[in-house]
Design a protein around this ligand. Structure first.
Ligand SMILES: NC(=O)c1ccc[n+]([C@@H]2O[C@H](COP(=O)([O-])OP(=O)(O)OC[C@H]3O[C@@H](n4cnc5c(N)ncnc54)[C@H](OP(=O)(O)O)[C@@H]3O)[C@@H](O)[C@H]2O)c1
Length: 308
């Protein structure tokens, strides 16, 4: 057993002793360690199907008491083999926090760091992007996406220039509201993008109607935000047992049920649940292991949630 692996098992054991693993979370010594990775169509590079979202919970962490659990969350995620971390300049000081935590973790190789640009005009966009490089302590970012279509026809060409210059690796655009879907679809048809990011959850399936099929057709990777509807799905299923047939696709917690539904969609590259607790990472990364639900099982999952 190599040193990293021993260290990881020791840390996870320590974690389990302060917070029991959620039922079904895969232990590092578990049976199936292979993480599901999905390809980015424009580059054929693959990322793990579960990433970390940093909205809200990574804002305003200044003291060690607030930073320590976030550091442990990211450490656990990276130790397990995770790669995608998503943040944004509009998440308060989350970029500062994420940049500092990743630096404290030794700027691990293989982190796929994504942020956004949300600004009006080229110079404002450019200034915000330069600040992201500084705060995230990176010379090169893996993805910058235009946030919620803000001045998208100015910012996407700027992002393509940065990609050509080798400063960013992928160009994207995000939305998290069905009120923007028509404009987002039109934008997808006129822009060349490596990634889109859109809201999609078992109880919020509108993106599957047009945006996900269009992404597949346009060879765009898809990152899913709000996979739990900001926790709404946990409230809906609180106190309810998982249906026994969830075992047919290796799912033993509600979080895995919600996430496996998403990542089983063939247009989806990864989901980025908000995770600020190591035990959430252990649980949610279980969704990136084992079998995924097939088309019939996904229909059954929808009917189950719709009937609640
Ligand atoms: N337009 C955009 O570009 C846009 C918009 C929204 C979000 N995003 C991105 O998408 C990410 C995800 O969205 P989100 O964090 O707002 O919502 P979410 O992923 O739907 O829900 C996150 C919340 O679910 C709970 N949770 C996570 N794992 C859990 C587990 N295993 N068991 C029980 N509860 C669990 C946590 O609640 P507690 O912390 O309360 O325990 C967490 O804050 C954001 O962090 C951000 O990176 C992008």
């Amino acid at each position: 057993m190599n040193r990293n692996r021993r260290t990881f098992i020791r840390r996870t054991a320590a974690l389990a002793s302060i917070a029991p693993l959620p039922a079904g979370a895969q232990s590092p010594g578990g049976q199936s360690e292979e993480l599901i990775r999905k390809p980015i169509p424009s580059t054929a590079e693959a990322v793990v199907a579960i990433g970390v979202g940093t909205a809200r919970r990574y804002e305003g962490a200044v003291g060690e008491a607030e930073l320590a659990p976030l550091r442990e969350t990211l450490r656990t995620f990276l130790d397990l083999g995770g790669d995608v971390v998503d943040t944004a300049p509009s998440y308060g000081d989350a970029e500062t926090v994420v940049g500092g935590l990743l630096a404290a973790l030794g700027h691990r190789k293989g982190v796929f760091l994504a942020t956004k640009v949300g600004a009006a005009g080229r110079s404002a966009g450019s200034a915000q992007i330069e600040r992201s490089f500084d705060l995230l302590q990176r010379k090169r970012l893996d993805l910058i996406a235009v946030h919620n279509l803000q001045d998208v026809d100015t910012q996407v060409p700027l992002l393509h220039e940065l990609k050509k210059a080798g400063r960013i690796r992928h160009v994207g655009a995000t939305t998290s509201s069905d009120r923007q879907y028509a404009a987002f679809e039109a934008m997808m048809n006129r822009q060349t993008l490596d990634f889109i990011q859109v809201d999609f959850a078992l109880d919020n399936r509108g993106a599957a109607e047009r945006l996900l099929p269009l992404a597949r057709e346009r060879h765009m990777a898809v990152m899913i935000n709000l996979p739990f509807g900001r926790g709404r799905l946990f409230s809906a299923t609180k106190g309810k047992p998982l249906p026994p047939w969830a075992a047919e696709f290796d799912c033993t917690t509600w979080a895995q049920f919600f996430l496996k539904y998403i990542i089983a969609h063939d247009a989806v590259t990864c989901a980025i649940p908000g995770m600020a607790r190591p035990e959430y990472v252990l649980d949610n990364m279980g969704a990136a292991r084992g079998r995924l639900p097939d088309a019939a099982a996904r229909k059954r999952m929808e009917a189950f949630i719709d009937a609640l």
